[in-house]
Design a protein around this ligand. Structure first.
Ligand code: PMP
Length: 333
């Protein structure tokens, strides 16, 4: 009933141990000698991380620049703008902040959000801004074998994970960060204390039960989820391969340590492009066919692009394919 556990923290040690075991089993992240912080979904964690890293900016008068490469998950921008802090400011596309030594940017304090696999396009993004005062937050929400090959255990300074994209229990609101640096861990812990006095114990218990079930099943849950996502992706690729009007993102298959073979990606989202010049508003084109996506501009991109979700129910996915087939069959020629 109380706020804390017996060791006077808000973090269940059993759950923390289970998370470390899970990463070791899947091989998707290094957790040895790393700190772990829990949050109400990764949404709360992302904010705690930006706050913690912006405190490294002690020498400069100007706020830390927060960037992400286009197309990016829009929450980073929304959060930074919402908090309207003197500490950090959203500066848009990371590509425009690549260091050019002659323009004084090399010493700028930057936080780069790197989403890998990326939302919306599923690519295994890497940080692109470099420099002595650049910090990265690796959003690893989709770094699980059902969405991507796992080429190596992730080993970045600050990595963020979430139950939402692992088991799908987004409503339980549970995420975690794996952190190298003790000072950053301490600052994130302060943020969690002031923000919500930690994560609900009910949520932690639920997460514990879920992750325990995942581990008890061995590879079964991951195999099932991969099969499901792979079949969906293949059906989508087959449907749009008949089209000249719409195209999909492309992937290069990679060796997956978890599956122990070279395999293709099986992403959570389709990043669809309307190829025709006149289809400037791809969202409207699809909407007219009763297909609701998310506009490219939400991801800092052009509206020739739309993101379609592939992680809805099987019925929803079947309807999506059916409507796309109808749309493609109406194309000229
Ligand atoms: N990061 C990414 C890349 C996401 O796609 C999402 C959910 N759409 C989140 C973070 C937030 O998820 P949650 O707060 O449920 O963990």
């Amino acid at each position: 009933m109380s706020y804390s556990y017996n060791d006077n923290t808000w973090i269940s040690q059993q759950l923390e141990t289970l998370i470390r075991k899970l990463h070791a089993f899947v091989g998707n992240a290094v957790t040895r000698n790393r700190y772990i912080v829990f949050g109400a979904g990764s949404t709360q964690i992302l904010n705690a991380a930006a706050y913690a890293l912006s405190l490294d900016n002690t020498s400069s008068q100007s706020p830390t620049r927060v960037v992400a490469s286009v197309p990016y998950y829009t929450l980073y921008k929304q959060q930074v703008e919402y908090f309207n802090s003197e500490r950090f400011k959203f500066e848009g596309d990371a590509y425009t902040w690549r260091n050019r030594p002659d323009d004084g940017r090399a010493s700028t304090n930057v936080i780069e959000f790197v989403t890998s696999p990326n939302n919306p396009d599923g690519q295994l993004n890497k940080a692109i801004v470099d420099g002595p005062n650049v910090k990265t937050i690796y959003d690893r929400a989709y770094y699980w074998p059902h969405f991507t090959p796992i080429p190596a255990p992730a080993d970045e300074d600050l990595m963020v994970f979430t139950l939402s994209k692992l088991t799908g229990h987004a409503g339980s609101r549970f995420g975690w960060a794996v952190i190298k640096d003790e000072a950053v861990f301490n600052r994130m812990t302060i943020h969690m204390k002031l923000n919500s006095i930690g994560v609900s114990k009910d949520t932690q218990l639920r997460a514990f039960k879920l992750l325990k079930a995942v581990l008890e099943e061995g590879t079964e849950i991951f195999d099932f989820a991969y099969q499901t996502m792979e079949t969906r992706w293949e059906r989508l690729v087959a449907t749009l391969s008949l089209s000249n009007r719409f195209s999909l993102q492309k992937f290069n298959p990679q060796y997956c340590l978890f599956s122990q073979k070279i395999r293709d990606f099986s992403p959570a989202y389709a990043w669809v492009k309307c190829e025709r010049e006149e289809d400037k508003d791809c969202y409207a084109v699809l909407k007219a066919a009763n297909i609701i996506g998310r506009q490219g501009n939400e991801f800092g991109s052009e509206d020739h692009y739309v993101r379609l979700s592939l992680v809805r129910s099987q019925d929803d996915f079947n309807i999506l394919i059916h409507r796309l087939q109808k749309l493609v069959s109406k194309e000229d020629g």
